[in-house]
Design a protein around this ligand. Structure first.
Ligand code: ZN
Length: 147
């Protein structure tokens, strides 16, 4: 690209505006929307350190992360969309990696773990995002392969 603006930043600016507008409308109309799914594209395979869980090899392709925010879904999603942040959750470590990009965000009124269990995909990192999961999900990040 050569202009100093990475594809990650470029996709992000336009995408963030649109996705937040849509979400704002959805959560205003339906307070029961407390679950969200991030569809994340990893453009190149690589090893990523996921906080206390350790370092893992991630193949390129699409991933789905399922989470919930009981109080402020919009603020939570906004945080996920920030390119730079202090890593707190497992998903933060994945999303600050330069080759990842959020490509879609869905909201739902299905409980987090049920939605996650309905979501097809492969578990690559056991316990990812599932530290306080009581439903035996195994992981709240699933690998969809290359679409
Ligand atoms: Zn769960």
């Amino acid at each position: 690209m050569g202009s100093g603006v990475s594809a990650r930043e470029l996709i992000s600016a336009v995408f963030v505006m649109n996705v937040l507008d849509t979400l704002r409308e959805q959560v205003t109309n339906n307070k029961a929307l407390t679950t969200y799914q991030l569809v994340i594209k990893l453009s190149a395979p690589g090893s990523i350190e996921i906080g206390q869980l350790g370092e893992f090899w991630f193949p390129a392709g699409h991933y789905v992360y399922t989470g919930s925010a009981r109080r402020n879904l919009l603020a939570r999603v906004q945080r996920h969309l920030q390119l730079q942040k202090t890593c707190r959750w497992h998903i933060d470590y994945f999303l600050v990696h330069l080759d990842t990009c959020i490509v879609d965000i869905r909201s739902s009124d299905t409980p987090e773990c049920r939605l996650n269990q309905q979501q097809p995909g492969k578990i690559l990192v056991p316990r990812f995002g599932a530290s306080d999961c009581r439903q035996g999900c195994g992981s709240h990040l699933k690998y969809l392969g290359t679409l």
